[in-house]
Design a binder for this molecule. Structure first.
Ligand code: PLP
Length: 427
């Protein structure tokens, strides 16, 4: 049967961004049976033994205690499981000197669903028919933002400025405040910090500037903190969390080892929380409670925060160091390659300036030497500018073993050498 779809149905029937590429990757892996690929496309966090053990212990505690029936055999409140909300409130008040209460927290089924709720509650056409834009102030950003809007024309991303260190082969994106428009037509502002895919961390000053501009128009700012402190603490550079009346701090337990349980946490002004909570109730009544119950234990005991600092962060920081050292050693010096400053998250972001082919063609070439990276093109959701740069970048996952990372970067360097030699760059 071929059901007739509505505009929304059709929109949601398409996979966007990196999900579409993942299909090609899965088919490559399936078709290449017996052939070894180093797959550096994964967004799934590594299962770290200490982290898995924490979740196992929290589960055992839940299973053996009197709370089990209440958690699993009953419906609960739309806002989330009480003990988790309490643990989050206490932890954030203590760590950051806040004065939030349970009215400032909402638990969603993963943070992706939180962005879906926000995208369609604050972005799109309002009652007067005015299009409220969802502003991504620094493109590239998380590919999942491309699939969250029922009204795709609402998504607006801005080209960054580039700070380039030619000799060191490094670069960093910065928001271009001269181009950026946050005004009464803006529904909300959204960015990930640390950023997937680039590993960029917007500075405290940049974030405050964005928050202040948005506040002057009563516009909410959603800070996607999937990689931020206090869990999973995947920032390799200092950063402060920025709170404010118009800020919704959005976090996720996925990168702290719990992606299967789908726990997203929004912290912010009561009114923002209420809007999203109501949307969530209409959608699914409430988020699943088993993951929330074990998360309450891990946060309350302080162990999640501690493991984030002592295990999760050093693990990925070490991978990044290996990747950087290998690229610095193996990449041809006369090719304009640039690695984004590795300030956080679980990815590295490589820009091959003046690449004599598209990112997709280069991705195919890399597959021939058994290496899979993600072509960068799908990480520019909402960007309308025609910008060559979008076809010159690659996301490299830091979830592989040390040896795999080294081997893959050496092979990458060889392919880079070949393709630039075949068509030398104009100096
Ligand atoms: C920046 C960012 N935001 C949000 C998500 C979605 O995470 P989840 O829905 O698992 O909380 C991801 C997942 O990779 C991400 O990288």
């Amino acid at each position: 049967m071929e059901p007739a779809l509505t505009q929304f149905g059709d929109r949601m029937n398409h996979l966007t961004g990196v999900r579409a590429i993942m299909k090609d990757i899965q088919e490559t892996l399936r078709a290449g049976k017996g052939r070894e690929f180093i797959n550096l496309s994964a967004g799934n966090p590594v299962i770290l033994p200490e982290v898995e053990q924490l979740w196992r212990e929290c589960t055992l505690d839940l299973l053996s205690g009197p709370e089990y029936g209440e958690v699993v055999c009953r419906y609960g409140s739309a806002q989330g499981y009480g003990p988790l909300i309490e643990a989050v409130v206490e932890d954030f008040n203590r760590r950051y000197g806040l004065q939030i209460s349970d009215r400032n927290v909402l638990i969603t089924g993963g943070s992706q669903s939180l962005y879906f709720l926000a995208a369609n509650a604050f972005g799109g056409y309002n009652a007067q028919g005015q299009l409220k834009r969802i502003v991504l102030p620094l493109s590239p950003d998380y590919t999942g933002y491309g699939g969250m809007c029922l009204t795709p024309e609402a998504l607006y991303a801005y080209k960054p400025t580039l700070e380039i260190d030619t000799a060191a082969h490094r670069f960093k994106y910065r928001p271009d405040f001269e181009q950026l428009q946050i005004d009464p037509n803006t529904g909300f502002v959204l960015f990930s910090r640390p950023c997937n895919p680039t590993g960029n961390v917007l500075t405290d000053t940049e974030v405050r500037q964005l928050v202040d501009i948005a506040a002057s128009h009563d516009v909410p700012v959603l800070i996607d903190s999937a990689y931020a402190p206090p869990y999973p603490c995947l920032n390799f550079t200092d950063m402060s969390l920025v709170f404010g009346e118009n800020v919704l701090h959005c976090t996720s337990l996925s990168k702290s080892g719990l992606p299967g349980e789908r726990v997203g946490i929004a912290i912010g002004h009561e009114r923002l929380i209420q809007v999203l909570e109501s949307f969530l109730t209409n959608l699914c009544l409430h988020s699943s409670r088993y993951g929330q119950a074990i998360a309450a234990r891990a946060i309350r005991s302080g162990q999640l925060g501690q493991l984030s600092l002592e295990v999760i962060r050093p693990y990925y920081q070490n991978k990044l160091a290996i990747l950087e050292a290998t690229l610095d050693r193996a990449m041809p010096n006369d090719v304009p390659w640039f690695l984004h400053r590795g300030e956080g998250a679980i990815f590295a972001w490589l820009w091959l300036n003046e690449l004599p082919m598209s990112d997709w063609e280069f991705y195919q070439k890399l597959k021939q030497v058994g290496v899979i990276l993600v072509p960068g093109n799908s990480f520019f959701p909402g960007l309308r500018d025609n910008w060559q740069h979008t076809q010159q970048c690659f996301r490299i996952s830091l979830t592989a073993s040390d040896t795999e990372l080294e081997t893959a970067m050496q092979r990458l360097a060889e392919v880079v050498q070949q393709v630039y030699q075949a068509s030398p760059v104009a100096c």
